[in-house]
Design a protein around this ligand. Structure first.
Ligand code: ADP
Ligand code: ZN
Length: 605
């Protein structure tokens, strides 16, 4: 069968994305491929289409069971003969799948790596007709990465045992060392390598300084811009996760906690609700997200600063996999900076390791304090430069003002110096503000030359100054973990007046004007009737999904429903032209959705 025909008739997509076509041709010709593409780029079609088009079954090795089940469910919806073999199947069910494989009745078979490596499975494969091997999440073979899986190392035997079967390895992890390791360990020296840029243009990056209550700010953000949307909120500690989830719930939102301290049963239930229902918010520690393939996560919010840009990019990357507008929203403040610096300095790891970690944290803090395009900085960090500012991050949309803070910086630094580099931020600010305070008097700092020299700024502004000085490494946090600030070598030129310090002006609480603009930009429906149709289509989708026990996005993606709202197809023929409507889905659900569309005519129609 012709791959392009499959793209159109089975998946309902009109054209390939770059580099899908070339990858598919490589496999069709029997050659190997290594594909590095960002999340949401469209990796799956690269192996799904040739698996269908080539004789035999495409074998997909995937470490994530939840993800496997999702993909198989989605493929079945599209009329593809797909199955999986993993520990969730009992012996009878597994036996049936194996028989289907031998009978040549499967286009795709998903399998966990540990199961694949069993001698029994390898024998089975030797008797089956194989179209290709697809090794998903291929970075799991890297021992230096975060997701190392020992079973992945053994996947090199595939090459030896099945030399004639083409292989494709796929990952969203970009860096050069990981890529080299994948090639070496999987024996992919002859593979064609496809590297796409790592930009996620539909994600709007926003980082703001906390002013007042972080959770209130979060609530305002969700209510104003993401009412009814699914999202993930990341917090640092379990305690905070429980607290935020309970609080959001009390405000009337469908928010559920997720962290390692909850029983497996609760975690599973919460995750299942997130996947199978609409508009559920998961409040989680960073543990949540691996293996979640929900395409319509509309926002990822961080109430704490991630430790590195890598972590930030991975976590925010869970938003908007379907390519529709999504928000990566973060709030952070002085205390985050201090806590992370402290954790780092007091950690037990060796010097070399600490140096790397420090560098990563500096880069993360730099991103937060940036006054230029965030996306340019992010992509530059991953060696994937973006030539012009993106126009879709907070600093592009509302360029922050900067101010010459050289004199306040000198005042703050000398205050640290005069009080003996033994005190934390709150104390230092009290001294600068000339506060009547028993402790200050006891230490005699009311006599210090820096006492009361900072009355021109308020408490909040001073916190901003200190945060930025720490973030930039002009002040260090003590090793003992009491939060005392010390001068660093980097601050000398500032103290001597040889270097100017330009700081970001602190943002005011978010204005309604901006949130409106965001909503319009993300394609929320301006017309009342459109909004109602959208809700009705979602409701119908949920009904169908529930009846079949699959997640709603497996029936149709949000993008497909949004296109139905915009184009209002009136006939099956017109509906077939909507992206994401393939032949099987048209036959199965076309009439259902047309009925909903007809029941919601436009006002002006
Ligand atoms: P990845 O595995 O790279 O994260 P997916 O394979 O899940 O990404 O694809 C992301 C989204 O893009 C899915 O919703 C998929 O249906 C859609 N998609 C992929 N290829 C195309 C295409 N050629 N045209 C339209 N949509 C596509
Ligand atoms: Zn930008």
């Amino acid at each position: 069968m012709d791959p392009l025909h499959i793209l159109r008739s089975v998946f309902g997509y009109e054209r390939y994305r770059v580099p899908q076509e070339e990858v598919i041709h490589t496999l069709m010709a029997g050659n190997d491929a290594l594909v590095l593409m960002p999340t949401g780029g469209g990796k799956s079609l690269c192996f799904q289409i040739p698996s269908i088009a080539r004789p035999g079954t495409g074998l997909v090795i995937s470490p994530l069971i939840a993800l496997m089940q999702d993909q198989v469910a989605a493929l079945k919806q599209a009329g593809v003969r797909a199955a999986f073999l993993n520990s969730t199947l009992d012996a009878t069910a597994a036996g049936m799948v194996e028989q289907q494989l031998l009978n040549g009745e499967l286009d795709l078979l998903y399998i966990a790596p540990e199961r694949l490596m069993l001698e029994r499975t390898l024998d089975l494969l030797a008797r089956a007709g194989l179209a290709l091997f697809a090794i998903d999440e291929a970075h799991c073979v890297s021992q230096w990465g975060h997701d190392f899986r020992p079973d992945y190392i053994q996947l090199s035997v595939l090459h030896q045992r099945f030399p004639g079967v083409p292989r494709i390895a796929l990952t969203a992890t970009a860096d050069e060392p990981t890529r080299r390791e994948i090639i070496a360990r999987l024996g992919l020296e002859n593979a064609r390598v496809f590297i796409s840029g790592f930009d996620r243009p539909n994600i709007r990056y926003r980082i703001s300084q906390g002013n007042g209550s972080a959770r209130e700010q979060l609530l305002r953000f969700i209510r104003a811009e993401h009412a009814g949307d699914a999202g993930i909120v990341y917090c640092l500690s379990r305690k905070r996760v429980d607290e935020i989830a309970a609080w959001l719930e009390a405000q009337g939102l469908a928010a559920l906690p997720y962290h390692a301290g909850l029983s497996a049963e609760v975690r599973e239930r919460n995750q299942a609700r997130f996947i199978n229902e609409e508009g559920v918010i998961i409040v989680a520690t960073i543990a949540f997200g691996m293996g979640i393939d929900k395409p319509n996560v509309r926002f990822v919010a961080h109430l704490n600063l991630p430790k590195s840009i890598e972590a930030y990019y991975q976590e925010t990357g869970r938003a908007g996999r379907d390519g529709l507008p999504a928000d990566a929203w973060m709030i952070y403040g002085l205390q985050d900076v201090i806590t992370l610096r402290q954790m780092l300095e007091s950690s037990q790891s060796g010097d070399a390791h600490k140096r790397v970690e420090r560098h990563k944290l500096d880069a993360m803090l730099g991103l937060c304090e940036l006054t230029t395009c965030r996306r340019q900085a992010l992509l530059a960090y991953f060696d994937d430069p973006l030539p012009a500012p993106c126009g879709n991050c907070d600093t592009c949309l509302e360029p922050p003002a900067t101010w010459d803070a050289s004199v306040p910086a000198q005042k703050a630094l000398s205050c640290v110096h005069r009080t003996g580099q033994r005190f934390g931020v709150n104390y230092l600010i009290d001294v600068l503000l000339g506060k009547e305070d028993e402790r200050i008097q006891r230490f005699g700092h009311d006599k210090s030359s820096t006492f009361g020299i900072g009355k021109d700024l308020g408490q909040q502004e001073w916190r901003g100054v200190f945060r930025q000085l720490i973030a930039r490494g002009l002040l260090a946090v003590d090793l003992e973990g009491h939060g005392a600030l010390k001068l660093t070598d980097a601050c000398r030129p500032v103290l001597r007046g040889e270097e100017r310090v330009m700081l970001r002006r602190e943002t005011k609480p978010e204005k309604t004007k901006k949130t409106k603009a965001t909503r319009a930009a993300r394609g929320a429906f301006s017309q009342e009737t459109d909004q109602r149709l959208w809700e009705a289509l979602r409701a119908r989708r949920l009904e169908i999904a529930k009846a079949q026990g699959v997640p709603p996005y497996v029936v149709f993606h949000d993008a497909t429903l949004a296109e139905m709202v915009a184009r209002r197809p009136q006939t099956l023929e017109q509906l077939a032209h909507i992206s994401g409507v393939g032949e099987r889905k048209l036959a199965a659900y076309g009439a259902d959705f047309l009925e909903v569309i007809r029941a919601h005519p436009r006002d002006d129609a």
